[in-house]
Write a protein that binds this ligand. Structure first.
Ligand SMILES: [Zn+2]
Ligand SMILES: [Zn+2]
Length: 370
């Protein structure tokens, strides 16, 4: 771990006086629609800044960020679809990095300096409420989130509660492939569970971005038939390459009725479309944290015959661990279609997400080692 020596040292408070680079959401508002000059500060909601390296408190880890994925939720935070919970917060909740220092009592979570770790969306829960104590910590009313309540991974350093950090043993997936798994992957995993796809069933996937292209591979490995419905022709090609049986426009009908569907596109107009595509008894799971308004539903066409509409809200740590274990156990590695951006171009990456210019998933290369 010789490159760790180049960064702030551990434990001894040698990080005092060190500064780090970070992006923050200054004033939530629309991302510029067109291509931007990389690193241009001050024109959009995302602004680059320098600040002291954070110090790990009790139970926390100081992490040097090597790669951070760019999620649509970061866009919702930058644009104000999710109202800010604290000013000038650093977005980013798909951070892969190495442990630089442990705060007091953090060792009990099992991490050591130099470990590869992942910081995801769920940053903390109360641990005491009815949801937390019944395996549903994703519904905890007191939960906090990385990049919303706490500074996230669009920065060279971050601190996180060690109990919510994922161990990412070195393996066949690199940092850039692992980063998108931390939100896009885990949420897709939970959405697939919530969609209650029967074994060998027919799954419809509406929208085919970061989360969908990972979820499709999970479903295919479990023996599902996958139909992809998305407006992007490039994404339709990727879907077919990954093994989908069909790929059509988002508003088109799939070639056969669906046992289950997942709506990844944040488009409420697609809810009745997807419900109408379900077979009797089918389930539609809405995977997004934000959705435009759902138009009026017709009971007969959209819900009768015991069709079910349900949401997906964040995830539990158990979801995350189970998903990462399923990925590690695959006979062939998950194919993660990564589009790289330098750290300095985080605003460009977010603008490209906003304009749907990315096929696959955008990641920021932050550390020296990717
Ligand atoms: Zn709770
Ligand atoms: Zn996310």
């Amino acid at each position: 771990m010789d490159d760790l020596a180049a960064g702030p040292e551990t434990g001894s408070r040698e990080t005092d006086g060190w500064e780090t680079d970070a992006w923050v959401v200054d004033r939530p508002g629309p991302m510029a629609p067109g291509p931007m000059a990389s690193g241009s500060a001050g024109t959009g909601p995302l602004v680059r800044t320098r600040r002291p390296v954070p110090e790990p408190g009790p139970g926390e880890l100081l992490i040097r960020v090597d790669v951070c994925g760019v999620c649509r939720t970061d866009l919702h935070l930058a644009e104000g679809d999710l109202p800010p919970r604290r000013t000038r917060t650093t977005p980013g909740h798909e951070a892969v990095g190495r442990v630089l220092a442990l705060g007091p009592d953090a060792a009990t979570a099992g991490f050591a300096e130099g470990d590869r770790v992942g910081v995801a969306w769920l940053a903390s829960t109360c641990g005491r409420c009815a949801y937390c104590t019944s395996g549903r910590e994703n519904l905890c009313p007191a939960s906090t989130y990385t990049g919303w309540d706490r500074d996230g991974g669009f920065a060279r350093h971050l601190v996180a509660d060690a109990r919510y950090v994922y161990a990412l043993p070195e393996g066949r997936l690199g940092d850039a492939e692992l980063a998108p798994l931390l939100c896009a992957g885990i949420i897709g995993y939970r959405a697939l569970a919530r969609a209650e796809l029967p074994p060998g069933g027919r799954l419809g996937i509406y929208g085919f971005g970061a989360s969908a292209h990972l979820t499709a591979q999970l479903a295919l490995a479990r023996g599902a038939t996958v139909h992809v419905l998305t407006r992007s022709e490039q994404a339709r090609r990727l879907a077919l390459d990954l093994g989908a049986t069909s790929a059509r426009d988002a508003y088109a009908a799939p070639p056969e009725p669906l046992d289950a569907a997942i709506l990844f596109a944040p488009v409420g107009d697609l809810v009745p479309v997807a419900l109408a595509a379900l077979d009797r008894g089918g389930t539609l799971a809405v995977a997004g944290i934000h959705l435009t308004d759902i138009p009026t539903l017709n009971y007969e066409r959209h819900l009768f015959q015991e069709r079910t509409l349900r949401s997906v809200t964040a995830n539990t740590r158990a979801d995350g661990r189970a998903f990462l274990a399923e990925v590690a156990a695959r006979p062939s590695p998950l194919q993660v279609h990564v589009v790289h951006y330098p750290f300095e171009a985080a605003d460009q990456a977010l603008a490209d997400v906003a304009a749907d210019r990315i096929t696959g998933v955008a990641v920021l290369d932050i550390g020296e080692r990717q």
